[in-house]
Design a protein around this ligand. Structure first.
Ligand SMILES: [Zn+2]
Ligand SMILES: [Zn+2]
Ligand SMILES: [Zn+2]
Length: 620
């Protein structure tokens, strides 16, 4: 979302070094610059002769000579000495000649000339070049990536190799998603203390799977797998055979595969979803990139490793990298773009985020703040930014930094118009507009426009009353007694950053989880508690985050997730249809005498079904 991915992939294509997957050796290659560094140890008298090899077999000597002269190459190197191109005649066994690019004076310190000549030699020599030194040594160079241990050659990377959105870079197994949907043993065998006869294998214990259950019994009998021993006590081999199939028996996997082929049918899909869960892609281990991309490292880190670091840590990483050496101007530019963007993310209080976090898992406020950093990074001027409650979900600790980030946007010559309830943000504005006093028909009037300091004086403004503390949210005098003995107990929660905590949530009470952004609230509530409850209720959902156990789920009948994601699936949904009120309104209309005499049912008053809806817009 912040273009950081684009800069990172360009940076990797330029600066990363490959590591041999076989020998785990860092692979280096020769560049004109690295050879110049090495030349410090060479003899300082006479000339260094920079050469490239040219195959000559089967080519017409005359044409070859004139071709070389036309390109400006005047000398060849042969038998320890140079000779003019015109004098060259092919020897009987001569396969290759060495063309002189430059006779570089060994005493010279002209780095530019040396680098240019080496570059030309690599270009004409198709990646190979050599230098002959005054002491008679000839050094061979290759600008290809080649492992010195096993000789493995690695192709020069293109930027898209580092993008999981591109087929060039995406892991072929998971197509860049980092996870695959697969049978979850915990769901297939939810109660391992049951025996096979008691229906330990859940998908085969359903009435619709009577046939498959008989096949299972037959398989077990044939392989002397006991039917009356708890699943958990069966030998590993027997369990694998039942799950994966063996000796012509299809097993749970084969059964699911067969089902998958007709998964276009709704009830089959629902059935499958009860036993499957997403799990990490076995090939890329969640890194989303193909193996070739994971060979490349920057200071010992692959790109996915960098993306799994929190922004704060990443900032440190790049400042370490930058302090190490001098870089090519392009790399330098990429580095500084990356560092500025990281610092913006920190500024708006998102230093705890990792770059790999899918944007769909970010809260509304987080998304808005990420977009804000993009605006900061774009260096726009004369732009009006409309921000809709950017502080939503933000802990007071981070609101101040957010205010600073917006200030900076304004300082760059932009305008920010912010809808906001947060008192500290209201106070930090240059100008406040207060609308009200009520909602709907009772609102719509401009109550105040001016600097924040004057707002308090407005008498009929609810905003002013709360800001000045004249009105407050009443704190209940009496709290509900939470000691009714009903509670949920989550034990040893270790997902994400949670440090093995035990959490006891009393039931029939309003329970509030608080803490700064990134402290683990959403992980605890959504990834662990919500998903664990879904699982306890046998409802489809993703695998719960790591925890040691959930108690008390039996107290609860249903789980409902209410979050900031949009309502209704169709564009026609509105609060009335969503809450079910519309149904009663339609019935009331259908109950009218005229409607009854014409035989109109409730459908006549629905914009969702043909008959009721306007046909020219299909009820849209
Ligand atoms: Zn190797
Ligand atoms: Zn993968
Ligand atoms: Zn219409």
């Amino acid at each position: 979302m912040t273009e950081l991915n684009d800069f990172l992939k360009l940076l990797f294509a330029r600066m990363a070094l490959p590591v041999c997957p076989n020998c785990h050796l860092e692979i280096r290659r020769n560049t004109p610059e690295s050879i110049w560094e090495e030349s410090r140890n060479w003899p300082r008298e006479g000339f260094w002769i920079i050469l490239f090899g040219l195959p000559v077999q089967g080519r017409d000597p005359k044409e070859l000579r004139s071709g070389l002269l036309r390109m400006g190459f005047l000398r060849l190197f042969s038998n320890g000495q140079t000779l003019p191109v015109e004098q060259w005649e092919p020897g009987p066994q001569e396969r290759e000649i060495h063309v002189v690019v430059d006779r570089f004076p060994a005493s010279s310190s002209d780095r530019g000339r040396f680098v240019d000549s080496m570059e030309a030699a690599f270009r004409y020599g198709k990646g190979w070049a050599s230098t002959t030194l005054p002491d008679g040594r000839t050094l061979q160079w290759s600008n290809q990536w080649k492992c010195s241990g096993c000789g493995l050659e690695i192709k020069e990377p293109v930027p898209n190799l580092f993008s999981f959105n591109s087929p060039v870079g995406a892991c072929p197994t998971c197509r860049g998603f980092g996870r695959v949907i697969d049978i979850d043993p915990d769901l297939v065998i939810p109660e391992p203390w049951r025996t096979i006869r008691q229906g330990a294998v859940k998908p085969f214990s359903m009435p619709a799977a009577r046939h498959e259950f008989r096949d299972l019994i037959r398989f077990c009998t044939r392989h002397s797998i006991p039917l009356d021993v708890p699943w958990s006590e069966l030998p590993e081999e027997a369990r694998m055979g039942i799950l994966d199939g063996r000796d012509g028996y299809y097993g749970v996997k084969g059964f699911f595969k067969w089902l998958e082929e007709k998964s276009y049918r709704m009830h089959v899909r629902v059935f499958l979803s009860r036993f499957r869960a997403y799990r990490m892609c076995p090939v890329c281990k969640g890194a989303r990139l193909r193996p070739e991309a994971l060979q490349w490292q920057l200071m010992g880190r692959t790109l996915p490793e960098l993306c799994s670091m929190p922004v704060e840590t990443l900032t440190q990483f790049f400042s370490d990298l930058e302090s190490r050496t001098e870089f090519h101007p392009v790399s330098q530019m990429l580095l500084s773009e990356i560092r500025t963007r990281l610092s913006y993310l920190e500024e708006v209080g998102l230093g705890y985020l990792t770059l790999e976090r899918p944007s769909r898992t970010l809260s509304g406020g987080e998304v808005e703040r990420v977009l804000l950093t993009r605006a900061l990074g774009s260096r726009l001027v004369n732009t009006l930014f409309v921000l809709d409650e950017p502080s939503i979900g933000l802990h007071p600790r981070d609101t101040e930094r957010l205010a600073r980030a917006i200030r900076r946007l304004v300082g760059q010559g932009n305008t920010a118009v912010v809808v906001e309830h947060d008192p500290s943000l209201i106070r930090s504005a240059d100008l406040v507009l207060d609308l009200g006093p009520g909602a709907g028909a009772r609102g719509g009037r401009l109550l105040y426009m001016g600097p924040p300091s004057g707002l308090m004086a407005v008498e009929d403004s609810p905003t002013a009353l709360y800001l000045s503390g004249k009105r407050t949210i009443p704190i209940p005098a009496k709290r509900r007694d939470c000691s009714n003995g009903k509670f949920l107990l989550l034990r040893d929660v270790r997902e994400n950053n949670l440090k093995g905590i035990d959490v006891r949530i009393p039931l029939e009470a309003l329970v509030c989880i608080t803490g700064p952004s990134g402290s683990g609230k959403s992980t605890l509530l959504l990834d662990v508690l919500y998903r664990a409850l879904l699982r306890a209720k046998n409802l489809p959902g993703e695998k719960p985050g790591r925890h040691g156990g959930l108690e008390g789920a039996d107290w609860i009948y249903r789980v409902e997730l209410v979050d900031q994601s949009g309502l209704g699936r169709t564009s026609r949904a509105n609060p009335a249809t969503y809450s079910g009120a519309w149904e009663h309104v339609r019935k009331a209309f259908a109950y009218q005498p005229l409607a009854r005499s014409r035989g109109w049912g409730p459908g006549m008053f629905s914009f969702n079904v043909p008959g009721g809806r306007c046909e020219s817009c299909k009820g849209e």
